[in-house]
Write a protein that binds this ligand. Sequence first.
Ligand code: GLP
Length: 261
Amino acid sequence: MEVVIVPDAKAGGELVARTLAQLLARKPDTLLGVATGSTPLPVYRALAELVRSGEADVSRARICQLDEYVGLPAGHPESYRSVVLREVVAPLGLSPEAFIGPDGTAEDLPAACEAYDRALAEAGGVDLQLLGIGTDGHIGFNEPCSSLASRTRIKTLTERTRADNARFFGGDVAQVPHHVITQGIGTILDARHVVLLATGEGKAEAVAQAVEGPVAAVCPASALQLHPHATVVVDEAAASRLKLAGYFRQTYAAKPHWQGL
Ligand code: GLP
C-alpha cells in the first residue's frame, strides 16, 4: 500500500479532494463510499470548495454509506444517514436520491444487510471508498477479530469505540448504541480504490499496526495490505510510529505528478 505523509489534516483533505475531482473527471457517475467521524471532514470541505470553484463536477456523482447505528430513530441527528446527508450530500448540492445506505431501523436487520450488499453490487461497485480508522484499528465498524472476508452485517461495538464516539452524543456513552450495521471487510476490499485517512497522535499506534504489522483480524485495517490499490494518508502525528516513514516520504517525493494517488 502507498503511504502519504502530509503536514496536517487540511493538506490531507485537499490532496484527497483533488484525487476525487480527477476521478470524477474520468468517471462522472463515480460511486463514492464515504466514512463518518471527524477525520474525513476536511475532505468533504475541500471537495465542496472545488465544486464551488468549478474544479470538480459532482452533478452525476453517487454516494454510499459505510456503516450505520442500529436502533436510533429515523432522522436522529447522529444516525450516519443524517451525518452523511448533512456533511456530504447537502454541501455538494447532491440530491438525496444519489445516496444509498443500509437501513439501521429495519425490522429484519439481516435482510437489510444483504439488501445493502446487493444494492452496492447493482450500483456497479464502489469506485473509491474513504475510510477513517478507530483507535482499536477498526474500519467502518469492523471491530477487532472481524472476519477478513466479512460482508455487510450486524456488529457489536467495543466499549472503547462507544467511549470514543460518546462525544457525538453529548459526551454520554449511555446514548451510544451497542449495535451497528457495517460493510464487511470483504465488502470494503471490493472497492476499486480504498483511501484511509488518519490524523493525530491518538491514531499513530493503529496506523503502525495497520501498515507495518501482520495482516491479522485483530487489526481490521491491516486487511488493506491485501488490496491492490490502497492509499493511506496520514499527518505527521499519525505517522509518528511508522518505522518506514523515511521510505514513504522518499517514495512520495519522487512520484511523478501525473500518477495521482
Ligand atoms: C467511527 C466510524 C469509523 C471511523 C471512526 C473514527 O467508529 N464508524 O468509520 O473511522 O469512527 O472516527 P474519527 O475519524 O472521528 O476518529
